[in-house]
Design a protein around this ligand. Structure first.
Ligand code: ATP
Ligand code: ZN
Ligand code: MG
Length: 307
């Protein structure tokens, strides 16, 4: 991984060659080495330490969520191209025989599967909102959660920073517009300082989500005009197009309205989330500090390994 070669495929091959990632035959699905996992564990500890004063409630959801929740959240309107829904075989003996037959003859057997109630989680915070709504009115000071989940997005790519299954750690604040914007501001500062303490070059910039279709272009413009999304970018596979490793999102009262998140006086809640792309941060560290974690700069090791 020398400083001159920055393209995605070269980086991916060097990660395979160095035994940091392992191929599975599908772009965007990789095995991770012990060292890679250790970096992620240490980074997660660092994030948790930084967030500790805020006393967030930690919840770890599984990588699959309620399909009904995903439908109601509006995800299919904005990102149908990224969603994944779990399908299973639900037939009897006769359909089973057809299925095996279709497999043997190379036909498309997947049509014999039906959608289950499970969809793959696209972002760690999606399962949270109905969970909070079910607990009743939100207290006046708002609520704060720390989440971690494997996420799925159907965006196969040979860019190692664009995986199909990856982990996201998130802080989510649900409260008034002022509370959630103060939360986001504080993480914009803390997140940047944290990445700089890891001796990684970074910039924070206005961003938009990859909304689907023609209508999506307008949604993306609105999102930018209103300053709803910021990203912390680190050069990983390109200097001109650095990779979004952290994101800072203000949802206004979108999830408040969708899920009926309200204060005791009936006022709708706003929400914001801060997402840490764990694989992307680990990749940035390997990209900038080399394949051998023992040889990383002492200052970086101290931040990650010194408790
Ligand atoms: P991008 O702009 O690169 O597509 P995004 O803006 O869609 O990313 P978010 O929806 O904000 O990403 O997700 C939160 C975080 O999850 C991102 O900041 C990033 O670190 C991480 N992430 C998103 N998509 C992927 C992916 N395909 N592989 C690995 N990490 C990802
Ligand atoms: Zn989120
Ligand atoms: Mg983005």
């Amino acid at each position: 991984m020398d400083a001159k070669t920055f393209d995605a495929k070269t980086l991916l091959d060097s990660l395979f060659d160095n035994g940091i990632l392992f191929e599975t035959g599908v772009d965007g699905l990789y095995g991770r080495s012990g060292a890679f996992e250790e970096v992620i564990e240490r980074f997660e500890k660092l994030v948790t330490r930084l967030g500790a004063p805020d006393k967030a409630t930690r919840i770890h959801f599984p990588p699959g969520m309620s399909r009904a929740t995903l439908e109601k959240s509006g995800y299919m309107k904005s990102f149908p191209q990224l969603a994944g829904c779990v399908h299973s075989f639900m037939g009897g003996e006769r359909e089973h025989a057809s299925l095996l037959n279709m497999m043997a003859t190379g036909e498309d057997w997947t049509e014999l599967q039906k959608a289950t109630n499970v969809a793959l989680t696209p972002a760690a915070c999606y399962p949270l909102y109905p969970t909070v709504a079910a607990r009743g009115p939100v207290p006046a000071e708002g609520v704060l959660f720390e989440l971690s989940s494997y996420c799925f997005r159907h965006e196969p790519s040979q860019d190692p920073a664009r995986m199909q299954l990856f982990r996201m750690r998130e802080f989510v604040k649900i409260g008034t517009a002022e509370q959630v914007s103060a939360f986001r501001e504080s993480w914009l500062t803390r997140g940047k300082a944290m990445i700089e303490s890891l001796q990684l070059p970074c910039d924070v910039d206005l961003a938009n989500d990859p909304f689907f279709g023609r209508g999506g272009k307008m949604m993306a413009n609105n999102q930018r005009d209103q300053g709803l999304k910021f990203e912390l970018l680190i050069p990983v596979t390109s200097i001109e197009k650095p990779t979004a490793c952290l994101s800072f999102n203000y949802h206004q009262d979108h999830f408040g309205q969708t899920w009926g998140l309200k204060f005791a006086d009936g006022e709708l809640c706003h929400s914001a989330c801060v997402g840490f792309g764990l694989e992307r941060v680990a990749l940035a560290l390997f990209r900038h500090h080399g394949p051998d974690i023992e040889a990383w700069p002492a200052g970086v090791r101290a931040v990650l390994w010194g408790e």
